[in-house]
Design a protein around this ligand. Structure first.
Ligand code: FA5
Length: 368
């Protein structure tokens, strides 16, 4: 144990006759302590294996309450000339340690990012594993084909709102509110008086009002009906509206386009029948049925044992609709159709239950 000589006791204290004591303060030599501490701290800095370890060393040695700060507190008890020497040494030690700390930090940062880089390294040339590519839904596949076909024949593809007004879904299509035909399509009404469109026919009116005549357009889209679901009926399904308005359009134009549509989608002969049908927005109106391709016409759940599936109702646009769109029915006429797109996809791919199409069942969807 070293003995530290304290400053001479002021004369005044002698004269006052106060108790004179010889102070003995147990203290290791601070200069030696600084040297020892510097050596061991340098060792610890170099031995730090991570940035976190290094930070611990820094706080223990160089921190505000660290060992160097602790030593400096003992300087007050030193002789002034020793104090100056110790102070200088302390500053040198601090500078040495700080530099060594920064060097070690830079090297650790480098190696840690090297390690991370190695750990996170990705070989971009490795072929992907277990990725199941998606594919186009069968209804969308048929829709895409129909769009391409009609575009090639000079039709434009239009869209319309799924939430419709009473006016566009019914009134403008010659179905006033007291008309019994409103009951043909069970409607989802909204509390504000709007409705979910029951068919794509409102787009006929919107198109003619917006673009006028002559007009060739199709409008694929989703429609909604509040009805019982079975093998061939959904509450939500797809239709493609089609319309051509010009001068002197006749039923033969209509039949030509229907034939072109069906032979393009099926790529082979399919049996259809045309029979009279009633829709207030066409006159004359027809039902075009296809012989059921699920059972070959023998009768099944899809065709309700009839051998026929209602697919493509159509007709010549009613003069009242032409007039409701602001056109002169004496000058303009046309044909319109409302293809059951979901049912067409069923026939095309021999799907025997319409509910599969929106089931989200991957065992079903992955077949396409
Ligand atoms: C209409 O919706 C008329 N707007 C079609 C039309 C347009 C006629 C232009 C004349 C001129 P319909 O309600 O029959 O008509 O429906 C048309 C087609 O949609 C049907 O032939 C059928 O293929 C399909 N369809 C009707 N209800 C359902 C349903 N619940 N689920 C699946 N498909 C349906």
């Amino acid at each position: 144990m070293a003995t530290l000589q304290v400053d001479p006791i002021p004369r005044a204290l002698y004269s006052l006759g106060l108790l004179i004591r010889e102070l003995e303060i147990p203290l290791t030599n601070p200069i030696q302590t600084i040297k020892d501490l510097t050596q061991s701290a340098l060792g610890n800095i170099n031995a730090a294996a991570s940035l976190a370890d290094l930070e611990k060393v820094r706080v223990a040695v160089l921190g505000r309450k660290g060992e160097l700060a602790g030593i400096s507190k003992t300087f007050g008890a030193m002789a002034p000339e020793d104090r100056a020497k110790a102070g200088q040494l302390l500053n040198e030690a601090k500078a040495t340690l700080e530099k060594s700390f920064e060097d070690r930090k830079a090297s650790l940062e480098g190696s840690e990012s090297d390690q991370r880089f190695k750990a996170e390294w990705i070989d971009l040339t490795v072929p992907p594993q277990g990725i199941a590519p998606g594919h186009i839904h069968p209804v969308t596949q048929v829709q895409d084909e129909i769009e391409q076909l009609f575009i090639s024949m000079g039709f434009r593809v239009l869209d319309g709102p799924e939430v419709e007004t009473d006016y566009y879904n019914f009134d403008a299509l010659n179905i006033p509110s007291d008309h019994p035909a409103r009951d043909m399509q069970d409607t989802f009404w909204m509390t504000d008086g709007h409705l979910l469109r029951t068919h794509t026919s409102p787009v006929q009116v919107r198109a003619l009002q917006k673009y006028g005549a002559p007009m060739r357009m199709i409008a694929p889209g989703r429609v909604f009906r509040n009805e019982e679901v079975d093998a061939s009926h959904e509450h939500t399904f797809y239709q493609v509206e089609g319309m051509m308005v010009d001068r002197d359009v006749s039923v033969s134009h209509l039949i030509y386009f229907m034939q072109t549509l069906l032979s393009s989608v099926f790529g082979r002969k399919v049996t259809v029948r045309l029979r009279p049908g009633y829709f207030p927005f066409v006159e004359p109106g027809f039902e075009l049925d296809i012989q059921c391709l699920i059972c070959g016409g023998n009768g099944c759940a899809v065709c309700k044992q009839s051998g026929w599936v209602e697919l493509l109702p159509c007709g010549l646009v009613h003069p009242n609709v032409i007039a409701n769109c602001g056109l002169d029915p004496q000058e303009w006429n046309g044909f319109a159709f409302g293809l059951g797109l979901t049912r067409l996809a069923m026939m095309r791919y021999a799907i025997d239950d319409i509910r599969l199409l929106q089931s989200g069942d991957l065992r079903f969807l992955n077949q396409f």
